[in-house]
Design a protein around this ligand. Structure first.
Ligand SMILES: [Mg+2]
Length: 224
């Protein structure tokens, strides 16, 4: 593990500790959408993070075409985010609505996470899978993902790697393997957990860029 990023050491986080998950922009070293979470579990197999309804997160707002800025938003569901070392996806569980029923597993394809002093850095890869509690599933934003590959924003090799990761997850879903085994939907947060808040350094802590970024997003680096 790296010794340090910024002023604070990079380490595993304690249960209940507040962290931030940041999406880094594909170009430059910008910090984009960012969420506060509480740590449910952080070990060599799994990082599990929780954000409840009503938490404040940072989202993109487009005041006019061609310009965007980060603004505060209100998070609208209870979400447990499961992240696995070196995996190009995370799996989210949604509880939402009256009585807080478990409604959805959501597979988010994304950069494998990197640790920072205040949490984790990643970035979204557009493709998702929406999985019902009975494990029936459908693609989300597949056409948009395929357009990014055919248009060259994503390299074809990288696009193929996302498809490989997707096939791996579909196999987990269709064979009802962890985390689609029916245990996690019964999880609930400790009663004394308050809403997590964004770390004061959520935007300042140096980003930890994905080492495969130039390979994955060639259009963002025309000189390479
Ligand atoms: Mg996504």
């Amino acid at each position: 593990m790296r010794d340090s990023v910024g002023a604070s050491p990079v380490r595993r986080f304690d249960v209940g500790e507040e962290v931030v998950v940041r999406y880094l922009t594909r170009v430059g070293s910008g910090v984009g959408m960012t969420w506060p979470y509480r740590v449910v579990r952080d070990d060599e197999e799994l990082v599990a993070l929780y954000i409840p309804t009503g938490s404040t997160f940072m989202r993109w707002h487009t005041p006019e075409p061609g310009r965007r800025e980060l603004v505060e938003g209100e998070w609208r569901r209870d979400v447990l985010r499961l992240m696995y070392p070196e995996k190009a996806y995370s799996i989210w569980l949604f509880w939402e609505g009256e009585g807080r029923p478990f409604t959805t597993y959501y597979v988010n394809f994304e950069e494998p996470y990197r640790r920072t002093a205040v949490g984790f850095d990643t970035n979204d890869h557009t493709l998702d899978i929406v999985v019902a509690p009975d494990l029936s599933w459908r693609w989300k934003d597949r056409e948009e993902f395929e357009a990014l590959v055919s248009g060259g924003t994503f390299s074809s090799e990288f696009g193929a790697s996302v498809e490989t990761a997707a096939a791996e997850v579909v196999q987990l879903i269709e064979s009802a393997q962890e985390p689609f085994s029916g245990v996690w939907p019964q999880w609930f947060p400790p009663e004394d957990w308050t809403k997590p808040v964004l770390h004061p350094h959520w935007q300042d802590e140096p980003p930890v860029v994905w080492e495969k970024r130039d390979w994955a997003y060639p259009r963002s680096h025309p000189t390479r």
